[in-house]
Design a protein around this ligand. Structure first.
Ligand code: PLP
Length: 389
């Protein structure tokens, strides 16, 4: 079968190859500690599952849902932003329901760019941003996220021609893979940069709930003028352990929201209504489970960081997300090191290279098992005597 050029241009699905390697090792009967893919390990809170069950019983579920999602979900998203971030949204024009934010992130270049236009992506960054580039047949350039800048872009250092031609830029804080967070001042600079250079900003807030040291992550929309220049993507995948449910939403600039809705009118008739109703229950219900989730990840982070420091592995503690970003010891590429850890320690991690050129020299560890198991992973790595403790 001859595939289209578009399909051939798609990058290798990074996590699919990782999962394949890990599954092979598990099938060999090995006790793999899997810190590779960003899959939440805890169950979805019971009240959300119950809401899904009740909604699924509704005889109306056999019907196509409204094209642009249930009004009650858009209202719930608006109320959530008001309560959590003090951001006022018009549910009808400033919220779009998404099949998970991955779908929205991939659709956006199709909505806003013409073939050959340029978008800007963070390096290192979430690999799936590249899928939208390939499908829309657009160009992309990267901007580096460097440790010395707290893994934030340095807008002063963007080459003038890059600023000139770029039409769209993706950002993501709390950050996957580095665990960095951004403050108000950074987002204020971002709004200014976007206005000066007429670049649309898409802030991927996938880890919006997960900030440490008592610091709640900042929503891009909290900044004055943010809605003039962009949107934010919010997913329920991580906040409520609902990665498999495939539900998220985009909020912000009404023109961009309309563009997403227009393209989605042709792709889907929105999500299973029972999932949308369960999402309403998640967003409007008791948020104790979210507090517990953040506390759990923070305990894991502290355990992991202490264990790494004990074996002499220099690690900068992440401020948010559920990832740690660690330097690879000398003599290995990131891929070699990830393969080495899988082979010799039965520990699966993601090679930094999969997140871009500037990811080389690092690996990403997901804090996706509880403390004792995390300690066990670091113990196994410690036994390889790679670090000076
Ligand atoms: N953005 C980032 C940075 C992610 O890490 C992920 C998932 O791992 C997503 C987006 C996609 O999330 P969703 O489940 O909403 O598609």
């Amino acid at each position: 079968m001859k595939y289209s050029r578009r399909l051939k241009k798609l990058p290798e699905q990074f996590f699919a190859s990782l999962v394949k390697k890990v599954n092979k090792a598990i099938a060999e009967g090995r006790d793999i500690i899997n810190l590779g893919q960003g899959n939440p390990d805890q169950p979805t809170p019971a009240h959300i599952v119950k809401a899904l069950q009740a909604a699924a019983e509704d005889p109306q579920t056999h019907k196509y849902p409204p094209f642009r999602g249930l009004p009650e979900l858009k209202e719930a998203a608006g109320a959530f932003y008001q309560k959590e971030y003090g951001v006022k949204l018009d549910p009808e024009t400033e919220v779009a329901v998404l099949f998970g934010t991955k779908a929205g992130l991939v659709e956006l270049p199709l909505c806003l760019l013409n073939e050959g236009d340029t978008m800007l992506l963070p390096d290192p960054g979430y690999p799936d941003y590249l899928s939208g580039v390939a499908l829309a047949n657009v160009e992309y350039e990267t901007f580096p996220l460097k440790a010395e800048n707290g893994f934030l872009p340095d807008y002063e250092a963007f080459p003038p021609d890059q600023k000139e031609k770029a039409k769209l830029m993706y950002l993501n804080y709390p950050n996957n893979p580095t665990g960095a967070t951004a403050d108000h001042a950074f987002f204020e600079k971002t709004v200014k940069f976007a206005k000066e250079n007429q670049i649309v900003v898409v802030h991927d807030f996938a880890y919006g709930a997960i900030g440490y040291n008592g610091k709640k992550p900042v929503s891009f929309l909290e900044i004055e003028g943010a809605k003039d220049v962009g949107i934010e993507m919010y997913t329920l995948s991580k906040t409520y352990n609902m990665a498999g449910w495939r539900v998220g939403f985009a909020v912000g600039n009404p023109d961009i929201i309309e563009a997403i809705n227009l393209i989605q009118d042709h792709l889907y008739c929105s999500l299973f209504p029972a999932v949308q109703k369960a999402a309403v229950a998640a967003l409007t219900g008791d948020q104790t489970s979210v507090d517990e989730l953040v506390e759990r990840y923070e305990r894991r982070r502290d355990t992991f960081v202490a264990a790494c420091r004990d074996i002499g592995w220099k690690i900068q503690a992440p401020n948010g997300s559920f990832f740690a970003w660690l330097p690879v010891p000398e003599g290995f590429t990131s891929e070699e090191f990830a393969d080495f850890l899988l082979e010799k320690a039965d520990v699966a991690v993601a090679a930094g290279k999969g997140f871009g050129k500037h990811g080389e020299g690092y690996i990403r560890v997901g804090l996706l098992v509880d403390g004792e198991r995390l300690k066990e992973a670091v113990n196994r790595i410690g036994k390889l005597n790679l670090f000076k403790s």
